[in-house]
Design a protein around this ligand. Structure first.
Ligand code: BDR
Ligand code: CA
Length: 316
């Protein structure tokens, strides 16, 4: 059984990945931690509680960061045109959800849970990397106690989605992402190289909803606004970014990967760009030297990943 802490900013594609993690028989979601990104942390936390309630997910929810790790960074607008004003595609969501939050902040929840399960926890992080960086700063030793960190973020050999060179989760807190990429833990980076070619059409999701239970119907409803947004890039469908990271947890064989030290550009016109120095490539001494080798996904069997998502979501 894979013990997963899901660090997330729900978020439409975050919601699909949550249902995947919850329904996969080999995954035990032992905690959900929230972060700002697709909306404010108040909203993403409310959304996590809403989905927990609607989908009957037992895992505790801990509220996380509301600002970048470098608090001097300017705030940016929420991507309402992607995820809706409420982060869940503008479906009706109650203002508050009558469920308790874990009393700890997300980064503390991560530290305690990793320490209670040494060598076992897989962190699946699909929002900004702020909570993970805060956990590392407060307790650097957790790096060797975590099994691995699977993140959705970055782009290596394809363009970005919030600038020509940067992807949203990394661009939202580049300093935090650089801390996460360069720490002495095993990071698997599932970026736009694979997520932007992993798309689900409106009709495929609609067919799932017709077959599936109320949870899948809710997912279908909250995804419509996001699918409308993606019409500029996808033929009546959506990129299922965060679910690709969730799929990696149980089906790494669907991915092609390379390894190497990864750095994040912090500042300037390439703010938030992720850059790998592939293992074995020789360069003069530089900023990638002596850092841990991480795993970066460069290819995916998209159709198999999409079918795995469908089959898992339809297991009620
Ligand atoms: C990432 O940014 C958010 O919009 C999505 O939830 C995903 O995690 C894609 O760049
Ligand atoms: Ca996300």
């Amino acid at each position: 059984m894979h013990k997963v802490i899901y660090d997330t900013d729900p978020g439409v594609d975050d919601a699909m990945a949550l249902l995947f993690l919850h329904r996969h028989p080999e995954i035990d979601v032992i905690g959900i931690t929230t972060v700002f990104g697709n909306a404010s942390v108040e909203t993403t936390t409310r959304n996590a509680l809403f989905l927990k309630r609607e989908w009957d997910i037992p895992a505790p929810v801990a509220k996380g960061a509301s600002v970048t790790i470098d608090a001097a960074r300017a705030e940016r607008e929420w991507p309402a045109m992607v995820h809706g004003d409420n982060g869940l595609g503008n479906i009706e969501v109650p203002h508050t959800i009558d469920l308790p939050l874990d009393p700890r902040p997300a980064h503390r929840f991560i530290i305690d849970t990793v320490r209670a399960n040494p060598g076992e926890v897989r962190l699946v992080a699909v929002g900004r990397m702020t909570n993970l960086a805060m956990a590392l700063k407060e307790d650097p030793e957790i790096a060797v106690l975590v099994k691995d960190v699977v993140i959705m973020g970055g782009n290596f050999y394809v363009p970005g989605n919030v600038s020509p060179v940067a992807e949203a989760n990394i661009h939202g807190d580049p300093e935090a992402a650089d801390i996460v990429m360069t720490a002495a833990w095993k990071v698997v980076v599932i970026g736009l190289d694979v997520t932007s070619i992993t798309t689900m059409s409106r009709s495929y999701l609609g067919a799932m909803a017709a077959k599936g239970d109320a949870a899948v119907k809710l997912l279908d409803g909250l995804s419509q606004h996001y699918i409308d947004f993606y019409t500029h890039a996808v033929d009546d469908g959506m990129m299922v970014h965060d679910s690709c990271a969730a799929v990696y947890v149980v089906a790494p064989e669907l991915f092609t990967t390379i390894t190497g030290a990864v750095r994040v550009v912090c500042g300037g016109i390439a703010d938030g760009q992720t850059v790998i120095k592939p293992d074995g490539r020789r360069f003069p001494p530089g900023d990638w030297d002596g850092l841990p080798s991480q795993i970066v996904a460069t290819g995916i069997e998209s159709e198999k990943a999409i079918d795995l998502i469908r089959d898992t979501l339809l297991r009620a």
